[in-house]
Design a protein around this ligand. Sequence first.
Ligand code: SF4
Ligand code: SF4
Length: 379
Amino acid sequence: MIYKNFKGEKLSSLGLGTMRFPTLDGDDSKIDMAKTAEIVDVAIKGGVNYFDTAWGYHGGMSECVMGELLSAYPRESFNLATKFPGFSEDTFREKENIFSRQLEKCRVDYFDFYLFHNVWEKNIEWFLSPEYGVVDYIKKQKREGKIRHLGFSTHGSLETVRRFLDALGDEIEFVQIQLNYLDYTLQDAKAKVELLRERNLPVWVMEPLRGGKLATLSDDKRNKLSALRPEESVPAWGFRWLQTQPEVTVTLSGMSDITQVSENIKTFSEHRPLSDKELSALCSIVDSMTDKPSFLCTACRYCTAQCPKELDIPRLIKLYNEHSIFGGFMAPTALKSIDADKQPSSCIGCRACESVCPQNIKISEVLSDFVEKLSNKEE
Ligand code: SF4
Ligand code: SF4
């Protein structure tokens, strides 16, 4: 296992994400304990010493299961991370109860790493609200030794990340972001990495394979990569790309079976960053996944001044692009932070925006297609 130095401590560069454990009866909150115990055991024997759970994972059961399984190991032998939930305003009113329950569920006296969970546009006000006082309360827990290191995870915009960092100053020691070779450009993760580099903050990676979506590629894409590194699997290419990013300290992978754990441990047993030639092969694969006209949007914002509905067109296009490739919940979730009268469905098709778009994007058609794609999902 490769270990990274973080403030004089040795952290395994591969961390076990605990939101995709095997379950029973198709019920996400019924974790298969026997299989999960094996996963944790194989991970620990393979050198993993970082475990990432959260209040909400597996319907609240992930913390309980990690508490039970890790209590069999010496406390100093592992790093446990959990998070303050940010998905509902109610949780902010119950900070004391939540934090003390987390310690009980995880069967620990302190957390090695504690994160504000998914700080984004919809909840940043709650996190920063003096009335709820969550930040002050968590800082107090740190001063009292119940938290060793403080950070936050985020799927939010660059502006939101910057604002939260500005608000919390030196309290933040690391930031967990969604980073992989596709989101580097698609989700503008590159700009977040650059911001964190400026602030001397290490990067923790979530979704290194996009929830498994980058674990398989079409035959032509896979063959292209195999020609360069026949011995590497498709998932390993995703991890090797991350090894090419010097800011990355811990890469979290939500592993669901021991085969995955063993393969990932093997990948993280050596540091093999990609060469320029290999990086350009991966870039061309990303290009072929993002070759629709809508991906040409440069966010110049010329169009927004023309729009009678005052839509944030580049933001909607960015979400459309995300949704076109992967579908899933990401774009629909992000749309929830946008006012009802600024949704893609608010476009009246006047095409005033299109006359000024230097990339000749058929914006009205993009938004109409977005509405259709979203409604198909809801059927
Ligand atoms: S076509 Fe839609 S997005 Fe473009 S200006 Fe008209 S209302 Fe706005
Ligand atoms: S004018 Fe075109 S390229 Fe510029 S932000 Fe609007 S859609 Fe994107």
